[in-house]
Design a protein around this ligand. Structure first.
Ligand code: NAP
Ligand code: NAG
Ligand code: NAG
Ligand code: NAG
Length: 343
């Protein structure tokens, strides 16, 4: 006679195996679709980069990948750039790459930021706030992708923590500085979330945000990116209600040959197989981020989602609208924020 608990365990592993298989199929479908879409796309850079001499921009990451090339564009527009990346190897890489690009080291400021620690986010924000500067642009770029299960310093699933929670907290803490920037500079401030079309995987499990009962690395990544998209929409509502001079956007930077494609065998293979496709370089992806940061065309389109520099229907439309409200509330609770944007 089989005892029922054993049977339950077996049934559970079959269920989870089938679900993983289903997700893999969906990932492959979405991946192939994205590769081919990207092949047909061209980048639509801003022809007329604005002169933003002396205004402050903050970018998370920035030491490599899309973030580094975005940082170069910000610097070229005359902005004072603050890069928030980790100390040690990442910081060193930032300054080595700047030197390679012939950019004087003192034209970019580095402040230590580890998004996997909420305390580090708080310290970063405090250093910025104490500088008493007005911020014109915040680019939430840093991310980890398709990582194996792991916890952040605060005990949250790490992709959710770094990609979503850390940036949520950062945006909350810097909001007053962004409001100041929007009030006193020529243009409204902007917040740009480098999200991803992988949000179209369409998962958001509010009952298990930290993947304690089920973990699939694609789902966890897609969920963190979808959460960003939902947040963008809530943030837009919040900014409008409070009449804040800030515009916010979430974007898909494209399928980009960043270092990420060197990290796992299946990503390496997918780049090989689709080598004939027109996968974009990090420089081109950065152009899309810069377009979202600067283009006057987007001035009245706050809260939108862009793919390939075009306003597109976001993945959040697949979901029930009440979900974004719930996610917003849950996040405020997790982060112990009483009122968003009020310190
Ligand atoms: N590549 C694509 O095809 C693609 C597609 C869709 C969306 N995206 C999005 O584009 C953005 C940039 O991606 P990428 O391709 O440039 O990736 P990447 O080359 O892997 O760069 C990721 C950046 O995030 C930083 N980062 C990671 N964990 C961090 C932490 N705990 N604290 C602070 N910084 C951290 C990294 O710094 P370290 O060097 O310290 O790790 C690095 O600067 C991401 O938001 C990604 O989701 C990329
Ligand atoms: C981006 O997403 C983060 C959460 O990851 C959120 O805090 C931030 O306000 C969002 N901003 C925009 C413009 O979407
Ligand atoms: C990926 O690895 C290849 C081969 O090792 C290397 O030539 C290439 O520069 C790497 N790409 C990035 C973006 O690091
Ligand atoms: C945005 O709206 C303002 C006010 O309605 C209008 O004057 C301006 O031309 C609009 N800008 C764009 C790019 O549509």
């Amino acid at each position: 006679m089989y005892d029922s608990s054993k049977l339950r365990v077996i049934m559970e592993s079959i269920r989870s195996f089938l679900f993983n298989l289903f997700i893999m199929a969906k990932v492959i479908y979405l991946g192939v679709k994205q590769f081919f879409q990207e092949a047909c796309r061209t980048v639509n850079p801003i022809n007329d980069p604005l002169n933003r001499q002396g205004e402050y921009a903050i970018i998370t990451g920035g030491n490599r990948g899309i973030g580094f090339y975005t940082l170069l564009g910000l610097q070229a527009s005359g902005m004072k750039v603050i890069a928030g990346c980790r100390d040690g190897r990442s910081k060193q890489q930032l300054f080595e790459k700047l030197e390679e690009a012939g950019i004087p080291a003192d034209s970019v400021e580095w402040i230590n930021l580890d998004l996997s620690s909420l305390n580090s986010v708080k310290i970063f924000a405090k250093v910025v706030i104490d500088r008493n500067i007005r911020i014109s642009l915040l680019i939430n770029n840093a991310a980890i992708m398709f990582t194996t299960y792991g916890l952040s310093k605060d005990g949250f699933e790490q992709q959710f923590a770094v990609n979503y929670l850390g940036h949520f907290l950062l945006t909350h803490l810097l909001l007053p500085q962004l409001v100041e920037g929007g009030k006193h500079n020529r243009y409204a401030s902007r917040i740009v979330n480098v999200s991803s079309d992988s949000s179209f995987l369409g998962y958001l499990n509010l009952d298990d945000l930290h993947a304690k009962s089920f973990y699939n690395k694609f789902v966890a990544y897609a969920q963190s990116k979808l959460a960003q998209v939902l947040f963008n929409e809530m943030l837009h509502t919040h900014l409008t209600q409070n009449d804040h001079p800030i515009k916010c956007y979430a974007i898909h930077p494209g399928v980009v040959r960043s270092n990420w494609y060197n990290t796992t065998w299946y990503l390496k293979i997918s780049v090989r197989i689709t080598g004939f496709c027109n996968i974009k370089s990090e420089t081109l992806a950065a152009q899309r981020v810069l377009y979202t940061s600067f283009s006057p065309v987007l001035e009245n389109s706050s809260g939108c989602y862009l793919s390939d520099c075009k306003i597109t229907t976001p993945a959040s439309k697949l979901l029930c609208p009440t979900l974004r409200l719930k996610l917003w509330d849950v996040t405020l609770k997790i982060l112990d924020i009483e009122q968003f944007g009020k310190l």
